[in-house]
Design a binder for this molecule. Structure first.
Ligand code: SF4
Ligand code: SF4
Length: 258
């Protein structure tokens, strides 16, 4: 996870998929769950789908209970972070003595930790290129362990690959927007559309199926069935729609417009 802890040290070295490191996190380590407090976790669209389903909530309910809206620095785009508890340690709402309540559906950033990736943070010097870096916090004892990994192996072990694959269009959006001149501002309507398509998948579904959308844009029947029954397909569709709205790409919508 991305720590906002003032003492956290961001290792300035840029790592790639084949870089090696030593690390192990386990239940018997003295610092177990210490990293789940005082943190800043940007949630991705796929994180929201996994978490709201894990907790049996609608996306609207999950957003209201567990997230804090923010404008992502350098992009002017609205994102959400996990809302921390108002306790002494500003703990994650899902942390317990025995571990993470939502472990199998934990957010992308938690899976990466102690690694960070530039697409989900704002490391200076990324020059638009993705790289990995380590967040080294004084309390984290995992670096003292002997288990060795490549970054590729770590990502696979933590199940990051599927998250990155599904979020790829979205993170690409952030990277692209970050490279825009600062004086180009989004309209409130565009920001609302970005937020809904990114995070509020249930509301986006209503936007498609309970508005005039399908009378304005003729979609393939198979596509309609797919996005009706599969949230991941719906999310991919939502991100395609965003590309069309923001950048007039996604020719599918242009070509099929009545
Ligand atoms: S080893 Fe690091 S990542 Fe694991 S519980 Fe301790 S602080 Fe968290
Ligand atoms: S979601 Fe789980 S892993 Fe992530 S900070 Fe919360 S308790 Fe820790």
């Amino acid at each position: 996870m991305t720590s906002s802890d003032k003492e956290a040290c961001i290792d300035p070295v840029k790592y790639d998929l084949n870089s090696h490191f030593k690390f192990k996190c386990h239940k018997d380590i003295s610092c177990f769950t210490k990293c789940c407090r005082g943190i800043n976790i940007i949630l991705t669209p796929y994180d929201i789908i996994r978490l709201k389903n894990c907790l049996d909530l609608s996306s609207e309910e999950f957003l209201a209970i567990y997230t804090t809206p923010q404008i992502l620095e350098k992009t002017d785009l609205p994102v959400v972070t996990l809302k921390l508890l108002d306790d002494e340690l500003t703990s994650c709402p899902f942390v317990r003595d025995e571990g993470c309540l939502v472990y199998k559906d934990r957010p992308t950033t938690c899976r990466y930790y102690p690694l960070g990736v530039t697409t989900l943070s704002h490391q200076e010097g990324s020059d638009g290129k993705d790289f990995y870096f380590f967040v080294k916090e004084p309390h984290c004892q995992g670096f003292e362990e002997e288990k060795e990994w490549t970054i590729k192996e770590w990502r696979h072990d933590q199940g990051v690959d599927i998250h990155d694959e599904i979020n790829a269009e979205w993170t690409g959006f952030l990277v692209r927007k970050r490279s825009f001149p600062v004086n180009i501002k989004l309209t409130e309507k565009s920001k609302e559309m970005f937020f809904m398509a990114s995070y509020n998948i249930d509301k986006f579904k209503k936007f498609i199926f309970e508005s005039s959308f399908l009378t304005k844009y003729k979609l393939d029947e198979k596509m309609i069935e797919k996005i009706k029954s599969d949230e991941i397909e719906l999310l991919k569709f939502a991100l395609e729609w965003l590309k069309f709205v923001f950048y007039q790409t996604g020719k599918k919508f242009q070509a099929e417009q009545k």
